[in-house]
Design a protein around this ligand. Structure first.
Ligand SMILES: [Zn+2]
Length: 374
């Protein structure tokens, strides 16, 4: 199976309309949060309700009895966030005020992966290709955001002009701080969940990743991703408009920079560096991730020299190993914590400062262009 349409029995969720909504933010961190919260109040509150239900349905697996307990856990992370990234705590306070939701609830959303000890088994696939292998000499980045299917209704695109940071274009959903996108300094980031065994109470990883979009240089971006007070980590696929690109694999206490040496880089949800593999939890459960990564690498290699937006789109829509393919579909008998699908797919042309986004699985939904305005 290549990029053909999925079987008719497929219950993967479709978006309500074709094109993702665009939200424009401008000003201080608090003001931007307020604007996001006001504009997307329904989606922010829908995400809170959905995660409340998840805690009710899967309290044993999540190790948390109820929402109040989730709030207590999330508050342990707050002092670290306030000390290290107070500007992003301001953004969360703004979102809460704008959406008419308690700040505590917004904090829980942004600490979700930490307070559930990564009990949610969710994946993503990311890749980037540089001038030496693309058809037009541009830098292209592809990413499938694989997450809880119902969150498909909460996705949107953010065009932001922070007062003291570079402008950026990103996707996010519900009340989560944006972190997947690129900025006016030519730095792009995609995040992939990873499963380190050294997680601790610290700066929530979503706030760490939000900081990468504020970077003006590649080294600043990598420094932000490896915030020394972090709680755990993601793989941060970070690309620069020059064509320099890295997988920055992060856990709570370790990080490794894996540079591209052939103009391409890809990642899924398992660590690649031996030092990071040594602290990986449940490596045996990450077979799907290994299969997706190898498939992405082979598809990239097959189009080396002629990689363009259409080629990246075809890779993101690939169905080899369906339904746990790069284009990720719901597995019918998965538990609530394992159920996932691609809720958004994006292709960034870093040279042109544009982002093409499909709402939902890229096999069956159109890509629309968004541009970072100067
Ligand atoms: Zn698909």
């Amino acid at each position: 199976m290549g990029t053909d349409t999925p079987p008719s029995s497929d219950s993967t969720l479709r978006p309500p309309t074709d094109r993702l909504p665009l939200v424009r933010l401008e000003g201080s961190h608090g003001e931007m949060g307020l604007q996001l919260g006001r504009h997307r109040a329904a989606q922010v509150n829908a995400m809170i309700e959905m995660y409340r239900r998840l805690f009710a349905e899967a309290s044993v697996e999540l190790g948390i009895d109820n929402w109040q307990e989730a709030i207590l856990h999330a508050h342990k992370y707050l002092p670290f966030a306030e000390e290290s990234t107070p500007q992003y705590v301001e953004e969360m306070r703004g979102i809460a005020e704008g959406a008419g939701a308690p700040f505590d609830d917004i904090l829980v959303l942004n600490c979700m992966e930490a307070i559930t000890s990564d009990a949610l088994h969710l994946g993503c696939t990311s890749l980037a290709v540089g001038p030496e292998v693309t058809a037009g000499g541009s830098v292209l980045i592809g990413h499938n955001e694989d997450w809880i299917p119902e969150d498909i209704h909460n996705v949107f695109v953010v065009h932001a002009r922070p007062e003291e940071e570079p402008a950026y274009l990103a996707i996010t959903y519900g009340g989560l701080l944006p972190n997947i996108g690129f900025n006016a300094c030519g730095i792009a980031q995609c995040c992939d969940s990873v499963y380190p065994s050294d997680a601790r109470v610290g700066v929530p990883r979503i706030l760490v990743a939000r900081g990468v979009l504020a970077a003006r240089t590649l080294s600043d971006a990598i420094r932000a991703a490896s915030n020394r007070n972090r709680d755990a980590g993601y793989n941060h696929l970070i690309a620069h408009e020059s064509g320099e690109m890295y997988n920055v694999e992060v856990s709570a206490r370790r990080f490794e920079m894996l540079p591209s040496d052939d103009g391409t880089v890809a990642h899924a949800n398992h660590y690649l560096h031996p030092s990071m593999q040594a602290i990986e939890k449940n490596s045996g459960d990450l077979i799907n991730s290994r299969v997706r990564l190898n498939r992405a690498r082979h598809l990239i290699a097959a189009r080396r020299g002629s990689l363009d937006q259409a080629a990246i789109q075809a890779i993101l829509a690939d169905h080899m190993n369906y339904p746990q393919s790069i284009c990720n579909h719901i597995v019918e008998d998965d538990t609530p914590l394992d159920r996932q699908q691609t809720i958004a797919s994006l292709i960034i042309d870093l040279s042109a400062r544009t982002m093409l986004v499909s709402w939902g699985t890229p096999c069956s939904n159109e890509f629309f262009a968004y541009t970072l305005e100067p």
